[in-house]
Design a protein. Structure first.
Length: 51
């Protein structure tokens, strides 16, 4: 993956999470457990990509 593509992907992902606030630590957690689990599944691979 080229550096530009990687940055774009990370920006898209960040924008997605900002839009839905699904992983926001500042918000009180009003998500269902399934949503939290799904959020974790989405974020885990991203941490690998971005490191």
């Amino acid at each position: 993956m080229k550096k530009e593509e990687k940055e774009k992907t990370l920006n898209d992902i960040r924008d997605y999470f900002l839009d839905v606030k699904i992983c926001s630590l500042e918000e009180p957690p009003v998500m269902s457990l399934a949503d939290i689990t799904e959020c974790g599944e989405v974020v885990k691979p991203l941490l690998v990509i971005s490191s």
